[in-house]
Design a protein around this ligand. Structure first.
Ligand SMILES: *[C@@H]1O[C@H](CO)[C@@H](O)[C@H](O)[C@H]1NC(C)=O
Ligand SMILES: *[C@@H]1O[C@H](CO)[C@@H](O)[C@H](O)[C@H]1NC(C)=O
Ligand SMILES: *[C@@H]1O[C@H](CO)[C@@H](O)[C@H](O)[C@H]1NC(C)=O
Ligand SMILES: *[C@@H]1O[C@H](CO)[C@@H](O)[C@H](O)[C@H]1NC(C)=O
Length: 423
């Protein structure tokens, strides 16, 4: 108990110090990057003849760029469209350069980047550290400099580097070499690495401090699929205290753990579970890449994904990754300290009994004073719940339901109100 009680506060102190550590210095991802990524929803659909709207083609990425820009997503911070696997032709050109599949990307990637940039949207691309990508397209192995130069010349803004078909024991030199090649192009390219996930899967020791020196974000765990089971397992993995020790503490401006895409707006999650995925990804300071069909997304899903109070938790400049502080039966309490000394909290009800349950957050558990009043705001209800001393309890729906709160010590709120008044 003693160990967990002041955890949120200790993490906050630790974050202040890790800020001094060497980390990738390309000026990018100072807060978790946001946008849209094709893989979970559109996979490697090559059938443009029968399925022209959903196949991996320039049309798909232009459509999503238009939706981001015209439907206002960019105003909320979702300003990236990312291509995943299956975009290149099966062969490199005579100079050894990657080329986009000429039938599915007739105008090429440079043109696509220009179109998206014109809409205020950045373009991300995908490659693989090995000899071939996971889906069997040309890999970057032996072409590192050429590929970095090609991406920069096309105006690409982000690179997701997968790890199939490679010798995993060489990743500790290979991934940094790719990062160096990106740096040498002179174009700031956000670097997303699958490196630690491959090492973890091989039961190798992963040095996350080292990874943070070379990557802006990295995948720790399995690919997400369209199921609550998948989301639930990922949350559990990140909540594991020894995992937090291993990689949660490394997160901060410029460096993020990536639990994979948001599947809100797809087929599997209930409304409560959709709220849960969003709440956890925001609390964990995760990159927010939606993988859904923005051309046909429900208002319900949109409301969750565009919740500005919860997005502010994700984008909080302190950049601390949230953590599980309490687990009792199927009830959990998680917290994330914020730059203004308030704390974001999730109350999670994992029970499948069908009834809502009352869950309590003890203020001491999340690093707030045990005595003295704390104001509680519900971030999904957009409602001030009042001011409380010691703890706050509320009912949380079952089957993965969450209540997400922001707790602010009253003395601090009063001081801020007074300062605002003076200004
Ligand atoms: C993989 O790389 C390691 C480290 O360089 C090397 O010792 C090993 O022989 C390589 N394995 C294969 C199958 O190439
Ligand atoms: C390359 O690395 C240097 C040293 O960390 C950094 O100052 C510079 O901004 C980087 N440039 C790019 C384009 O990433
Ligand atoms: C992990 O990487 C950091 C940064 O490169 C290094 O200082 C440290 O010695 C490494 N730790 C281990 C156990 O190799
Ligand atoms: C938590 O992480 C440790 C260390 O990686 C691992 O041994 C353990 O199985 C994990 N537990 C869960 C529940 O994921």
């Amino acid at each position: 108990m003693q160990g967990t009680i002041r955890f949120c506060f200790l993490v906050m102190l630790a974050a202040t110090f890790t800020g001094l550590a060497v980390s990738l210095n390309n000026g990018l991802a100072r807060t978790p990057p946001m946008g849209w990524l094709a893989w979970e929803r559109f996979r490697c659909d090559l059938n443009c003849k029968d399925d022209p709207d959903d196949c991996i083609s320039e049309k798909l990425f232009l459509d999503m760029g238009k939706r981001l820009s015209e439907d206002g997503w960019t105003k909320f911070g979702y300003d990236r469209v990312n291509i995943d696997d299956c975009w290149p032709a099966k062969e490199r050109d005579a100079e050894g350069r990657l080329v986009a599949d000429p039938e599915r990307f007739p105008h090429g990637i440079k043109w696509l980047a220009e179109q998206l940039h014109g809409m205020g949207v950045k373009l991300g691309i995908y490659e693989d550290y090995g000899t071939k990508t996971c889906a069997g397209y040309p890999g970057t192995m032996d072409h590192i400099t050429t590929d970095a130069d090609t991406f920069a010349s096309w105006g690409v803004d982000m690179l997701k580097m997968d790890g199939c078909n490679s010798n995993i024991s060489t990743m500790d030199t290979g991934y940094p070499a790719i990062g160096d090649a990106l740096n040498k192009t002179g174009r700031p390219i956000l670097y997303s690495c699958s490196w630690p996930d491959y090492e973890r899967a091989r039961h190798m020791d992963v040095n996350y401090t080292f990874i943070a020196e070379h990557c802006n974000m990295w995948r720790n765990y399995h690919d997400i699929g369209d199921s609550w089971q998948s989301v639930y397992t990922i949350i559990d993995f990140y909540g594991n205290a020894s995992n937090y020790e291993l990689f949660g503490k490394v997160a901060g401006p410029g460096n993020w753990n990536d639990p994979d895409m948001l599947i809100i707006g797809d087929f599997s999650l209930s409304f409560e579970q959709s709220k849960a995925q969003f709440a956890f990804w925001c609390l964990m300071a995760s990159p927010l890449f939606m993988s859904n069909d923005l051309r046909a997304i429900s208002d319900e899903a949109k409301t969750i994904l565009q919740n500005t109070e919860i997005l502010a938790v994700n984008q909080d400049p302190l950049g601390v990754q949230g953590y599980r502080v309490h687990q009792y039966n199927n009830h959990e309490v998680w917290c994330k300290p914020l730059h203004d000394k308030s704390v974001a909290v999730i109350l999670w009800n994992r029970s499948t009994g069908g009834m809502h349950s009352k869950i309590t957050v003890q203020f001491k558990q999340v690093g707030l004073p045990a005595s003295g009043n704390v104001t509680v705001r519900d971030l999904y209800e957009h409602q001030d719940m009042g001011s409380f001393s010691g703890s706050y309890s509320t009912y949380v729906n079952p089957a993965g339901g969450v209540v997400m709160l922001k707790l602010t010590p009253v003395a601090l709120a009063d001081r801020r109100a007074a300062e605002a008044y003076v200004l």
